[in-house]
Design a protein around this ligand. Structure first.
Ligand code: ADP
Length: 309
């Protein structure tokens, strides 16, 4: 599958690198308004191919997206230290409307993956601007946050992250909801397994993991200016699910008729992903405070998008 990446900055290039290292695409093409940057990323990642999997690398204008099955939208302005994702909105919405019409002209059949922040709102911007059905305009949403949740919980339990299942739902950002009540280790409820292992899951442990997930981006930005490896790996994972029609369950943001009582909003829920994009949405089992938190999160997203359309 040919994958186009618009925005060859840290996130776009990390996605391209992860895609090449995992052998997810037969061809990757970078497009950036900074053409020299797109070319440099292409050249650098091309040199990883002999150590990875076969993949053709390209860079160019929007016309080079022709034939792409998936286009990742990673163009935008980076989050500044301390800046909330939502405050990025107006800057990034402008960039997007310009980008989408070009992508649609040259890659009309591509599934769009939105990675630019604030990702939930940018997903709705992209869906509306593209005119594509919502299931074909997929925001990374809390894909990364759920991975962070699993990684931190796994570390605490001393269990492989792959065997720890937990969802982060709602906004990709400050109001996101860690669904503790539905977390599983293997197929068993978290509390039962923790008790068997003799590991505490106290309120303070939960609070520490919650903070570790929710504040991760702020901490990483403080230390290195931006985050890119985690989301790059997540993007490669998502493209693989589409390429192989895997029907993988991932927490992703698409424009949805109703989430936790909020109508017509783009927010993350567990979604089944395959070659056609999001093929279904799963209703998570949450306890009442988690439903309330999810309602608050999606209501906030709805409020933030007000006035944009
Ligand atoms: P991030 O950390 O989100 O990847 P970067 O600033 O590293 O942020 O990358 C964003 C990239 O998006 C930059 O390389 C920038 O040139 C690119 N970009 C911004 N606006 C456009 C646009 N209109 N078309 C194409 N690329 C764009």
């Amino acid at each position: 599958m040919k994958v186009g990446i618009v925005g060859a900055g840290m996130v776009g290039s990390a996605a391209g690198f992860a895609i090449v290292m995992r052998g997810v695409a037969s061809e990757v093409v970078f497009v950036d308004r900074n053409a020299a940057l797109a070319q440099a990323q292409r050249e650098d990642i091309h040199h990883a191919v002999p150590f990875a999997q076969s993949c053709k690398l390209g860079a160019g204008g929007y016309d080079s997206l022709q034939g792409a099955g998936v286009v990742i939208l990673a163009a935008g302005v980076a989050q500044k230290p301390g800046e909330s994702r939502l405050s990025l909105l107006s800057r990034n919405a402008e960039v997007f409307s310009e980008v989408i019409s070009q992508v649609r002209t040259y890659a009309p059949d591509a599934i769009l993956i939105v990675a630019s922040n604030p990702v939930d709102i940018m997903t709705e911007v992209a869906q509306r601007a593209s005119g594509l059905p919502p299931e074909r305009v997929i925001g990374t949403g809390t894909l990364l946050d759920s991975a962070r949740f699993r990684a931190l919980l796994a570390g605490h339990l001393g269990i492989a992250a792959h065997s720890v299942h937990g969802f982060v739902l709602g906004e990709h950002g400050d109001s996101e909801v860690l669904a503790w009540s539905s977390a599983r280790v293997g197929a068993e409820p978290l509390d039962r397994i923790a008790a068997q292992l003799g590991v505490d899951i106290t309120e303070s442990v939960r609070a520490k993991i919650d903070e570790g997930v929710r504040r991760a981006a702020y901490r990483i930005i403080e230390g290195k200016g931006a985050t890119w490896y985690g989301i790059g790996a997540g993007l490669a994972r998502l493209v693989l699910a589409i390429r192989d029609d895997q029907r993988a369950v991932l927490t992703l943001s698409i424009r949805t008729p109703q989430v936790a009582g909020v109508a017509d909003v783009a927010a993350s829920l567990p979604r089944v992903v395959g070659a056609a994009g999001v093929v279904s949405t799963l209703v998570p089992s949450l306890d009442p405070p988690e439903w309330e938190a999810l309602h608050r999160s999606t209501a906030l997203l709805k409020e933030s998008a007000k006035g944009l359309w």
